[in-house]
Design a binder for this molecule. Structure first.
Ligand code: PEP
Length: 257
């Protein structure tokens, strides 16, 4: 069985007082949520908030993740943060390969492969993001692009129990345009098949594959009820405690896979 994971990527949002307010509301909401323990909840705030947010979530069923990490453990890399440093904060997860990192910071598969290995050596759980652009989808290259993002980064030396994949079509991130549940399921099934070739079928069937791209309370049920969608990586909607809690509550109400 795969435990549903709802992860919030705060991106570059929230000052300390704003973050405290958000987490206080989230904790209160989670405490009163029936069946909420069927769902794992993760928040990924910007790096300056990791220490205070570790304190803010202590004792709650909220895990803490980072949005990026350097592949080296230490060194002359001004402005960067390493996996051992993230581990110090209480982080258990790190997002690697978000499309904004790929596009705006020119991170390619070769670099991401090193980052993924640094995270799992941590030993933390990596949420490795894959997804095609609109142009790639429209020219029928989704499988080729996503297949390469997997093949060049996820090899059998990456421990499956520290790996989560997030399928995030680039055209759906922050655009309000979501993949239909069928479009998402199709790619998730393809990803699981590819993982079966890298690992084996039983192992691939245990790896969680999240969907990300404008997930909101009004489209979460359709997406999360698909057989190969094991949770969501939520951007915009995780900044509102009401929306994020609504998505968690929808996930909690669905049958386990
Ligand atoms: C994201 O940043 O990973 C994301 C999916 O953002 P949004 O939900 O805002 O599309």
């Amino acid at each position: 069985m795969r435990h549903t994971l709802i992860a919030g990527n705060w991106k570059m949002h929230k000052t300390l007082p704003e973050a405290r307010e958000l987490v206080t509301a989230l904790r209160a909401g989670l405490e009163s949520l029936r069946g909420g323990d069927a769902v794992e909840v993760l928040i990924c705030p910007p790096v300056q908030l990791l220490f205070p947010m570790a304190k803010a979530v202590a004792g709650a069923r909220i895990m803490l993740g980072a949005q990026n990490a350097h592949n080296e453990p230490h060194g002359a890399f001004t402005g960067e943060v390493s996996v051992p440093m993230l581990t110090d904060t209480g982080c258990t997860h790190v997002i690697i390969g978000h499309s904004e990192r790929r596009q705006l910071f020119h991170e390619d598969n070769a670099l991401l492969a090193r980052k993924v290995r640094a995270v799992v050596a941590g030993p933390l759980t990596v949420i490795y993001c894959v997804g095609e652009t609109l142009e790639e989808r429209e020219s029928d290259r989704t499988r080729r692009v996503v297949g390469r993002q997997l093949d060049e980064v996820v090899k059998s030396d990456v421990p499956a129990d520290r790996l989560v994949i997030a399928y995030e079509p680039v055209w759906a991130i922050g655009t309000g345009r979501t993949a239909t549940p069928q479009q998402a399921q199709e790619v998730h099934a393809f990803i699981r098949e590819r993982l079966s070739a890298t690992y084996d079928k039983p192992t691939a069937s245990r790896i969680r594959i999240l969907y990300g791209g404008s997930v909101k309370p009004d489209n979460a049920a359709g997406l999360l009820s698909q057989p190969d969608i094991d949770g969501a990586l939520v951007g915009g909607a995780c900044l509102s405690p009401d929306d994020f809690l609504a998505i968690i509550s929808i996930a909690a109400g669905l049958p386990r896979k």
